[in-house]
Write a protein that binds this ligand. Structure first.
Ligand SMILES: [Zn+2]
Length: 392
C-alpha cells in the first residue's frame, strides 16, 4: 500500500488482532450479535514518518452518533480555557471538531467572534442549545464553501484532536488553506506518534483514528498545500500531544525548538522503535491478564472504572471479558446500561454499586483517578492501572 501523504511505501509494524469499533457500545444481545470486528494493523511510512491503520471505516458510521462529550473532562476544560486566553485578540476563530463547545464557551466569555464545526448532531445540538454557534457537518469542501458564503475568512482556525479522525489528511489541510485568511494561523493539536510509542500506549490505536502523525508528517502536509509549519510545542492533553503552529504563507522560517524536535524525531522514530514497542505491548498485556487470573483465583471481586476507547482496544487485544472483569463503571450516562465494544462487559453507573463488596478496581480512565478516589471511601479496595500494570 502506498502512503497518501508522500507516496512512499507503507509497511506493517503493529498487529492488534481483531477489534470492534471502540466508540460503539451495544445496547442488548441483538446489537452484540450484529457487532462487527476487524483486524487492526498499523502501517508505517519511514519517509514521512506517518502511521496509518490498515482499514478505514466509514466516517459516517463512526461519528453521526457519538458518545464522547469533551466538557465532561475537567482537564480538557482547563486546557481550552488557557488556549482561549491566547486567542483573545483574534478577529474570528473557527474551531473544527468543536464538540460540545468546549473552546467556544471561553472564547464567547472573552468576546471573541467564533464559530464551531462538528459532525455529530447529538453533540453539536448540545453546543447550539448553550448559544455556542455550531455548524453540524463534516469538515469538507462543501462545508468550507458554505462557511465562506456566510462569513468572512477567519484569521485563526483551531483543530484539536480532530485531524487523526480524518481519512484524507491532504484534503483536510487543503480545506484549511482554502478557508483561512492569507497569513492567518492554523493551530493544530494532535497526539504525537512518538509519544504513543514511548509510553507503550497501544490503546491509542483504534478505528476512529486512521492516521498517527509525526512532526515531519505535518511539515510535509503543510508544505504540500502552500502553508508552513513554524512552531511546535508539547501539550499535556490526551497523554502527550503536540501543538503545531502553521501559517498560511509559503516558506516561513521555523523556530529553533521546531528544528530541534524534528532532528530528534529523525534520529529515533524508525522500524527498530516499533519492534521494541511490540515486545513491550505483548509483555504488558500478559502481565495484566496474569494478574486478573491471580485475583480470580483468590476469589477477589474485580471491576473496572471507565469505558474510554482504550478499554476496548486493551480488552480486545488481551482477550479480557466478564470472566475476569465483572463489570465496568462509567460516569457518562450515554454509555451506561450498555456493553463494552468487542468483549461486551456490562457498563453501570456508580450509583448502582455497593462498593463494600468490591476488592479490586482496574482504572482504565486513569486521568480521573483522583476524582474517583475522593468518591469511593471503602478502604480495602485496591486500584490498578491496566497498562503498564501497576498499583495506583
Ligand atoms: Zn509517507
Amino acid at each position: 500500500m502506498k502512503c497518501k501523504i508522500c507516496n512512499g511505501i507503507l509497511k506493517e509494524v503493529i498487529n492488534l488482532d481483531k477489534q470492534a469499533l471502540a466508540n460503539k457500545y451495544p445496547k442488548n444481545k441483538l446489537e452484540i450479535k450484529k457487532e462487527k470486528k476487524f483486524l487492526l494493523k498499523v502501517l508505517f511510512c519511514i519517509n514521512c514518518r506517518t502511521a496509518k491503520l490498515n482499514k478505514i471505516i466509514s466516517r459516517k458510521l463512526m461519528f453521526e452518533n457519538y458518545f464522547y462529550l469533551s466538557s465532561v473532562n475537567e482537564g480538557l476544560v482547563d486546557h481550552f480555557k488557557k488556549l482561549s486566553h491566547k486567542l483573545k485578540n483574534r478577529k474570528f476563530v473557527i474551531d473544527i471538531g468543536s464538540n460540545d463547545g468546549i473552546l467556544l464557551k471561553p472564547l464567547k466569555k472573552l468576546k471573541v467572534n467564533s464559530l464551531g464545526v462538528d459532525p455529530s448532531k447529538n453533540v453539536g445540538d448540545i453546543a447550539n442549545k448553550k448559544g455556542l454557534k455550531t455548524l453540524i457537518g463534516f469538515f469538507n469542501l462543501k462545508l468550507v464553501k458554505k462557511i465562506l458564503k456566510k462569513f468572512n475568512k477567519p484569521d485563526t482556525i483551531v483543530a484539536s484532536s480532530v485531524m487523526t479522525h480524518s481519512n484524507n489528511p491532504k484534503e483536510f489541510m487543503n480545506n484549511i488553506k482554502k478557508l483561512l485568511e492569507n497569513n492567518g494561523t492554523f493551530i493544530l493539536e494532535i497526539e504525537y506518534l512518538l509519544n504513543i510509542l514511548r509510553k507503550t500506549q497501544y490503546e491509542r490505536f483504534y478505528f476512529d483514528r486512521p492516521y498517527y502523525y509525526s512532526i515531519r508528517s505535518i511539515d510535509l502536509l503543510a508544505n504540500a498545500v502552500g502553508m508552513s509549519l513554524i512552531h511546535v510545542e508539547n501539550i499535556r492533553v490526551h497523554g502527550g500531544s503536540l501543538r503545531f503552529i502553521i501559517k498560511n504563507v509559503k516558506n516561513a522560517n521555523k523556530t529553533k525548538q521546531c528544528k530541534k524536535l524534528l532532528n530528534l524525531e529523525n534520529k529515533i522514530l524508525n522500524f527498530k522503535y516499533f519492534e521494541n514497542f511490540n515486545l513491550k505491548i505483548s509483555q504488558e498485556s500478559k502481565k495484566l491478564v496474569n494478574n486478573l487470573i491471580k485475583f480470580k483465583n483468590e476469589k477477589k471481586k474485580v471491576i473496572a472504572y471507565g469505558a474510554p476507547a482504550r478499554l476496548s482496544t486493551i480488552t480486545n487485544f488481551a482477550k479480557i471479558n466478564n470472566n475476569l472483569i465483572e463489570f465496568i463503571i462509567d460516569d457518562n450516562p450515554l454509555k451506561q446500561n450498555r456493553y463494552s465494544p468487542g468483549q461486551n462487559i456490562f457498563i453501570r453507573s456508580k450509583k448502582s454499586i455497593n462498593f463494600k463488596k468490591i476488592d479490586i478496581v482496574i482504572v482504565f480512565a486513569y486521568e480521573y483517578f483522583k476524582y474517583l478516589k475522593k468518591n469511593i471511601k471503602v478502604k480495602k479496595i485496591k486500584f490498578f492501572k491496566p497498562i503498564p500494570f501497576k498499583k495506583l
